[in-house]
Ligand binder design. Structure first.
Ligand code: C2E
Ligand code: MG
Ligand code: MG
Ligand code: MG
Length: 277
């Protein structure tokens, strides 16, 4: 039971709620330590450009195996990190890794962009754009090698939207490009398309996995791709698991394919092995 502040009312929490709160608190505590010790890992998922048939970019995805809790999936980790503010720390960890890795590949003569994930919410931090530029300067990574995938599951008030758009423009001017991730599932996909300086749409994997199941979905996805094209955006499909899905998406005009059909997320060494093959 918990005594509510002020009211003095006794609220009884269910066992399940208690357990969830405990796990969240534990994750928060361990995550803070993991970030401190840079104990998170990064896997990279290749993306294939359909015109050249080559891997031209990889998406950096966070991986965390804690010695006490075990593996914590991004789907559990990211919402907790967003709630507690630790998402900014994950963001800068991932950015540093991405910059270092992109530079290593560039020096090795490999032409690979690295995409990192970021919540629109991270751009509410007034230092976001500046600290990204500082990281580029610190690592010596050219801005043109970094892409930022933006996700937002909530509506954004006008004031915050203006501020966020300004920060993104600042980065865009320096050569960073933006991808609208999970396109079609977010609260404000169409609004973001209008106000944010994005150059790529990424069709959510929920659409890809439904692609072959219904004609309606095929029409919808084809329409989404045409919409992207008409706005002169690049279109990426994620979650592509079969050749049939890839073929259909390419027929519709999709520019880039990502998914288990190409490769699951892999280590940087495995990416290099794929490229050399
Ligand atoms: P996302 O950015 O949309 O990433 C795609 C997710 O789909 C990844 O899951 C990836 O492993 C998975 N995936 C890739 N290909 C396939 C496929 O063919 N089939 C299926 N079923 N799944 C596929 P993951 O790594 O578990 O990440 C889940 C989400 O967590 C990401 O979705 C992203 O929103 C978030 N996330 C992951 N890493 C980070 C990060 O470093 N920072 C932030 N802010 N969010 C992250
Ligand atoms: Mg993504
Ligand atoms: Mg996505
Ligand atoms: Mg997603």
């Amino acid at each position: 039971t918990v005594r509510q502040a002020g009211g003095g009312k006794i609220v009884s929490l269910s066992k399940a709620t208690h357990k969830a709160l405990n796990r969240k608190a534990l994750i928060e505590k361990r995550l803070l330590q993991a970030l401190d010790q840079k104990n998170l890992k990064v896997l990279y998922q290749p993306q294939i450009d359909v015109y050249s048939g080559k891997i031209t970019a990889v998406e950096a995805l966070v991986r965390w195996e804690d010695e006490v809790i075990g593996v914590v999936s991004p789907d559990e980790l990211i919402p907790i990190a967003e709630e507690t503010g630790l998402i900014n720390n994950i963001g800068s960890f991932m950015l540093e890794k991405a910059c270092e890795q992109a530079l290593i590949w560039k020096k090795a003569g490999l032409d690979l962009k690295v995409s990192i994930n970021s919540s629109v919410r991270e751009f509410r931090d007034k230092n976001m754009a500046q600290s990204i530029l500082e990281m580029l300067a610190k690592t010596g990574c050219p801005a043109s090698l970094i892409q930022i995938e933006i996700t937002e599951k909530f509506a954004l008030e006008a004031e915050a939207a203006t501020f966020i758009t300004q920060q993104m423009h600042k980065l865009e001017n320096e050569g960073i490009s933006f991808v609208l991730d999970d396109f079609g599932t977010g609260y404000g996909s169409f609004r973001y398309m209008q106000i944010l300086p994005i150059d790529t749409l990424k069709i959510d994997k929920a659409f890809t996995s439904a692609l072959l199941k219904s004609e309606k979905t095929q029409k919808l996805i084809n329409g989404m791709i045409q919409l992207g094209k008409s706005m002169e955006l690049r279109v990426v499909a994620e979650g592509v698991e079969t050749a049939e899905q890839a073929d259909l998406l390419i027929t519709y005009g999709c520019d880039v394919i990502q998914g288990y059909h190409i490769s699951k997320p892999i280590t940087s060494e495995e990416v290099e092995a794929l490229l050399v093959k």
